[in-house]
Write a protein that binds this ligand. Structure first.
Ligand SMILES: Cc1cc2nc3c(=O)[nH]c(=O)nc-3n(C[C@H](O)[C@H](O)[C@H](O)COP(=O)(O)OP(=O)(O)OC[C@H]3O[C@@H](n4cnc5c(N)ncnc54)[C@H](O)[C@@H]3O)c2cc1C
Length: 339
């Protein structure tokens, strides 16, 4: 199925990969609408990719060794044990993953978006509608454009999904991920560079591993999962899909999380988390979303716009890339636009 005008809403991991897939499939014109600035805001956090998934995505041409990464072999589950600096390890599991920095992963995907793609930063899509032979994209400046196919790669609050499945919305899972990075700690335990550490505490856990910092060094990436305090009022607020970037995190919530780390973490891992600069920490409430179908007429969903995978499996970005590989295969096998 060659030719066609394709719009992609969202230019993050799924959006760049979908642009690559559409180009490989033979789309005639590709436009990416991304509401953020030219450099998507890089919060510098980690993305884990299972070795087997990497091998599949490399074979499909959606990942490569040009994307800086670090190997992970084991994950260690650790609890506080009195004043023991490193705590007590209660379980060790194989963890055959590659550790990426989100920013480097995105930059490399962005670099691969073919020349000729009309990548429009700072362009907000307000609404998408279908008509007899395609779909209309409406922009915040009041203009509109017609396409043969519109792909939603616009994350879990997708406007493309609203057009396709207006009755579905992400559901707050009842807890949040507090994320950040700190400088690589001194005196890491032997082998620690290639281990993921999970500190377990009542009501949650925190995962930590080194990621490339994009400048040939490393940073310690961490994400702590727990529920917000019952009396914060946040719980109700989070039922409306949102994220809390640096500066918007309520002071009392930050204090709550810092106190929790100080009380429950072994000292070495506590210092890793608490030494993170405030501007490098942010909160992502955890949502669940799945949909009955990925395509309807001339609309198609991808990445988090379609399904949000809980972050514990390290699979959301991977799924976005798999969606692109699947689109490319389907496109190459397809007939014409009427089919
Ligand atoms: C705590 C946590 C840890 C995670 N860890 C991992 C991991 O280890 N491994 C892994 O594979 N995945 C992980 N994930 C999941 C991963 O981050 C997401 O699945 C992935 O980033 C989704 O990419 P996306 O491109 O679909 O969506 P997004 O990255 O959300 O991008 C959507 C884009 O669309 C743009 N946009 C939105 N609306 C509009 C609009 N109306 N008009 C124009 N542009 C718009 C946005 O600006 C944004 O750039 C984790 C997620 C969380 C919360």
């Amino acid at each position: 199925m060659g030719g066609g005008k394709v719009a992609i809403v969202g230019g993050s991991i799924a959006g760049c990969a979908m642009a690559l897939a559409a180009a490989r499939g033979g789309a005639e014109r590709i436009t990416v609408f991304e509401r953020a600035g030219a450099e998507l805001r890089d919060r510098g956090v980690g993305i884990g990719v299972h070795n087997d998934r990497y091998a599949e995505l490399e074979a499909a041409g959606y990942m490569s060794d040009a994307m800086p990464w670090g190997p992970l072999h084991r994950r260690l589950w650790t609890v506080r044990d009195g004043e023991s600096d490193l705590g007590r390890t209660i379980a060790t599991q194989p963890f055959p993953f590659r550790a990426y920095n989100w920013g480097s992963l995105w930059s490399e995907l962005r670099r691969r978006v073919p020349d000729g793609t009309d990548f429009r930063s700072e362009t907000h899509v307000t609404r998408v509608e279908t008509d007899a032979d395609g779909a209309i994209v409406r922009l915040a400046d009041g203009s509109q454009e017609h396409f043969d196919l519109v792909i939603g790669a616009d994350g879990y609050r997708s406007v493309v999904r609203q057009a396709m499945l207006p009755e579905l919305a992400p559901a707050y899972a009842g807890y949040l991920g507090w994320r950040g990075t700190s400088a690589t700690p001194a005196n890491m335990p032997p082998g620690g560079e290639e281990e993921a550490r999970l500190v377990v505490f009542p009501g949650g856990h925190c995962m930590m591993y080194l990621i490339p910092d994009g400048k040939e060094g490393h940073r310690m990436n961490w994400v702590l999962y727990t529920h917000p305090p019952a009396d914060s009022g946040l719980d109700t607020e989070l039922r409306t899909p949102t994220s809390l970037p640096p500066g918007r995190v309520a002071t009392e919530l930050t204090t709550y999380l810092r106190d929790l780390v100080a009380e429950h973490f072994p000292p070495y891992w506590r210092d890793c988390v608490l030494s993170s600069p405030e501007e490098r920490t942010f909160i992502q409430p955890i949502y669940d979303l799945s949909i009955p179908r990925y395509a309807s007429g001339r609309l198609l969903l991808s990445g988090d716009a379609a399904t949000v995978a809980r972050p514990h499996i390290g699979g959301g970005s991977v799924k976005a890339l798999q969606d692109a590989a699947a689109l490319e295969t389907a496109w190459r096998a397809g007939g014409d636009w009427q089919d």
